[in-house]
Design a protein around this ligand. Sequence first.
Ligand code: AP5
Length: 225
Amino acid sequence: MRIVLLGAPGAGKGTHCKRIADRYGIVHLSSGDILRRERVEGTELGRKAQSYMDAGALVPDDLIVEMMIKAIRQAPAGYVLDGFPRTVNQAEVLDKSLAAEKTEIDMVLNLRVNDEVVLERITGRRSCPKCGTVYHVKNMPPKVPGICDKDGTPLVQRPDDTEEVVRNRLETYYRQTEPVVDYYRAGRTVHEIDANGDADAVAAVIFKKLEPLARKKKGGRGKKA
Ligand code: AP5
């Protein structure tokens, strides 16, 4: 399965991509997570990306495209893309790269969420710097406040999760990323998901959309070429 999950900052892309990857045994490829790892490791890419991320702007396409195409090639059994593509140019390069390998994206889902919900979700997000588990102080709190349920590590807040930077990220989203939805609409069905509800309810709607594709792929795997 090759899936693209689109949506504004805080729409729940990371939350739902993780569930999708776990259920179908595919790889969750988050451009934001990969960039944050590069920053922690102090690589050249991480250093170049830092100022853009901290300001809520997009990292230049050339850096992102190379990084993501490489990650996609390392996931031949399937993937769900989170945070990529984020510009029309990125979407075009992705399509061309897949076409060159005689593959294509199987399904595009777009999580729609109101701006007030985004602000509330992002400013309340906390994550574990060790295992990456994401919590929300009100909606999905850890059992002990401020501590990861899985490994006991103190939770942290992302530096770009302040209200001021979130507003910039939203502005960037409407200007540069919403056109990606129209790009996909021009050539295929984009499955619109109301993502304002609680995470389990949203997940149920997503899986309803994905199940027929999963069945088709499973059937296909058993057939002889
Ligand atoms: P990235 O890490 O991709 O950030 P983002 O798109 O802004 O998305 P978020 O991670 O903030 O939100 P999400 O939709 O994953 O929500 P989550 O599930 O965590 O990118 C960061 C930066 O990297 C960018 O600003 C840019 O600089 C750079 N970058 C990345 N990709 C790039 C690209 N392709 N090109 C150029 N630059 C790029 O949920 C948020 C919170 O809400 C959590 O606390 C969660 O627990 C909670 N929550 C989620 N769903 C629900 C729900 N249904 N109900 C209640 N709470 C919920």
